[in-house]
Design a protein around this ligand. Structure first.
Ligand code: FAD
Length: 136
């Protein structure tokens, strides 16, 4: 299995209704493909983790990356895993605000970190996503 974590920026406004529609399709597809994960959305930016069999995750991510509703996709983590961390969700979701960002993390949504240190950010991104797992 693999885990893929990325950030991206919305190119269109996402309302509660359009996010719900996106989640409906994503959850149907992910259930069929055996993919689990979580999607966070903050002020027009996404952070998503996908986990599952390699071919399923890569095929799903290829489709996601082609989606014109977001751009500036940046992969933070692409690694082999032996266990799922988000096994309860075909796609957990949280809309988060700046106020509820956990302390002590680089702001993944703002991409303020140096792109050359992206490779080191994968583990941090997962810890960050984990902190939302309990409350999603
Ligand atoms: P498509 O022909 O691409 O689209 C099917 C339906 O999706 C359309 O009928 C429409 O309702 C909607 N849609 C697609 N593109 C647009 C658009 N540009 N504007 C408005 N509506 C549109 N898919 C997953 O399967 N799993 C995921 O975890 C997942 N996560 C996503 C995360 C983000 C941040 C975004 C932006 C998209 C995500 N998607 C995910 C959606 C994915 O990009 C595809 O749209 C979806 O998988 C359907 O792909 P498709 O080729 O089968 O159908």
């Amino acid at each position: 299995m693999i885990r893929l974590v990325y950030v991206s920026a919305a190119t269109v406004p996402f309302t509660d209704a359009t996010l719900a529609q996106l989640l409906l399709i994503s959850r149907e597809n992910n259930t069929r493909a055996g993919i689990t994960g979580m999607l966070l959305y903050r002020d027009g930016d996404f952070l998503q983790v996908l986990e599952g069999e390699e071919h399923a995750v890569r095929e799903t991510f290829r489709r996601i990356a082609r989606d014109s509703r977001h751009a500036r996709t940046l992969v933070l983590d692409d690694s082999a895993i032996s266990e799922r961390e988000f096994s309860d969700w075909s796609m957990g979701f949280r809309r988060v605000s700046r106020e509820e960002m956990p302390q002590g993390f680089v702001d993944f949504f703002d991409r303020r970190f140096d792109p050359e240190t992206v490779a080191q950010r994968g583990g941090e991104a997962i810890t960050f996503l984990r902190s939302f797992r309990a409350i999603a």
